[in-house]
Design a protein around this ligand. Structure first.
Ligand code: UD1
Ligand code: CA
Length: 460
């Protein structure tokens, strides 16, 4: 599709009152990505960079979420309706010098790129002044209703609230999906005619249809059947329904690309996650963001993995949480492992149950098998970290670093008070509180000496 044929305007200015949330509706997430992410994704193949967005409620938050779209946001300071949103975006649209503008509600995350492409192809073929996608769902709900004249030609879109059977006749079931293609030169003359004379007191983009028909313009509806893909999200229930559709779609795609899923319907994988064939995952579990999982890896149930890289042959045991972490080849994590941002596990290293790692490198083959916190640390290859070891990295004001050399052995229940360095091959006695550096190969012990005192019992 030629870019100069059409630009796009995404309507994302509303608060989404029916969502009962303080954050803008279009930033609500499905599988870890916002509604708007999905809309942009579907538009991109047909419209490239030629996509503008109306923002209003919490505009800055929406803009910040999409730095790549910078300079292509248009502020609708007061949200007076979808027609008003279009009026606010009109100057920008005109400047693109496109022939058409595709307008789409930002709350339609199930939209797929082929629907956009097919719609634009139909518009190019028909040359309509206004075209919109209609659907015929089982339940017309709050969708705007399409009315047609006696010849079957589109007459108007009447919003559900304003629909009156005694005036408009029995509803046909055909409704407006919220995607329009407007011939810019034709619609220009209609924009100023929009009024807010309706039950909501808002300027409706849908009134353009009525106005265009009255002016003798060519208006068409492209019917897409009962497609779930065009569902609009207005409530938490609809968000849950849409997320369910996406979850199953994603799981099916994984299964078809050679990934084994157990309890597959509860495996939740975000749209940007990359998983190689041969990986095995058991649900319920969630994998989001830019995570990458290489072949031969296994993820057990109840794991939550966000923006993390897992190399070949790694085993992530049940109930482990990984965020912004790197797990090397053949590593083992969990059960109940916690890798926080900046955790790096080198090849063959192991993190066992109730071990938390933050901004720390666990060298090749190193092990921290039980009940440990390693923060702001470098742990050398082959080192063994005993159960209950804590790096005391925070002095109440600043964070400090702990460095442990290769092949060291840290006895159980050791507190390493940072900044501190433990040399290669050093040995730390169990129960020590280490505040001074320990040289290569030395033994460091820092604990009260054991005193055994015999007790004499008085006989009464
Ligand atoms: C809209 C249509 C309805 C259609 C349905 C499809 C209108 C008047 N009605 O209804 O015919 O069946 O979508 O899902 O358009 N927005 C703004 N600025 C505003 C108001 C809204 O940018 O001042 C944005 C919202 O953020 C949202 C989109 O426009 O993404 C649609 O608004 P919404 O209130 O959800 O419209 P619906 O009532 O669903
Ligand atoms: Ca809506």
């Amino acid at each position: 599709m030629n870019n100069s044929f059409a630009c796009a305007l995404v309507l994302a200015g509303g608060k989404g009152t029916r969502m009962h949330s303080e954050s803008p509706k279009v930033l609500k997430t499905l599988l870890g990505e916002s509604m708007l992410y999905y809309v942009y994704n579907a538009l991109k193949p047909s419209l490239g960079e030629n996509v503008f967005t109306i923002v209003g409620f919490e505009a800055e938050r929406v803009e910040k979420a999409f730095p790549d779209m910078k300079d292509r946001f248009v502020l609708q300071a007061e949200q007076l309706g979808t027609g008003h949103a279009l009026q606010m975006g009109w100057e920008c649209i005109k400047q693109t010098e496109s022939e058409y503008c595709l307008v789409i509600n930002g709350d339609t995350p199930l939209i797929q790129e082929h629907i956009v492409a097919d719609f634009l192809t139909a518009v190019q073929r028909d040359g309509s002044d206004i075209s919109f996608v209609s659907i015929t769902p089982d339940d017309s709900g709050e969708f705007g209703r399409v009315t047609r004249d006696e010849n079957g030609q589109v007459a108007a879109i009447v919003e559900a609230k304003d629909y009156d059977e005694s005036v408009h006749g029995p509803a046909s079931g055909e409704v407006n999906a919220g995607i329009y293609c407007l011939k810019i030169s034709a619609v220009e003359s209609l924009l100023s005619k929009l009024t807010n004379n309706n039950k909501s007191g808002e300027y409706y983009i849908t009134d353009l249809v009525d106005l265009a028909v009255e002016s003798g313009m060519n208006v068409t509806a492209v019917n897409a059947g009962d497609s779930i893909d065009l569902m609009g999200i207005n409530s938490p229930f609809e968000l849950a329904q849409a997320e369910s559709v996406l979850r199953l779609r994603a799981a099916e795609k994984l299964l078809n690309s050679g990934i084994t899923l157990h309890n597959w319907e509860s495996v939740v994988v975000g749209p940007c996650v990359k998983i190689e064939p041969g990986v095995e995952i058991t649900g319920p579990c969630e994998i989001y963001g830019q995570s990458v999982i290489a072949r031969g890896s296994v993820v057990e149930s109840h794991c939550r993995i966000v923006d993390s890289e897992i190399a070949e042959g790694a085993l992530i045991k049940a109930y482990s949480h990984l965020e912004d972490a790197q797990v090397g080849r053949d590593c083992m994590v969990g059960p109940y492992g916690r890798l926080r941002p900046g955790a790096v596990m080198e090849e063959g290293s192991k993190v066992g149950n109730f071990v938390e790692i933050k901004k720390a490198v666990l060298g090749k083959g190193a092990k921290a098998s039980h009940l440990t916190y390693l923060g702001d640390s470098e742990i050398g290859a082959g080192t063994n970290i005993g159960a209950g070891t804590i790096t005391c990295n925070y002095d109440g004001v600043n964070k400090h670093k702990t460095v442990i050399g290769e092949g060291a052995f840290i006895g159980s229940n050791t507190a390493l008070v940072a900044p501190v360095t433990i040399g290669k091959g050093a040995l730390i006695g169990a129960g020590s509180t280490i505040t001074k550096n320990v040289n290569d190969g030395d033994l460091g012990v820092a604990r009260g000496k054991q005193v055994n005192i015999s007790r004499t019992f008085k006989k009464s």
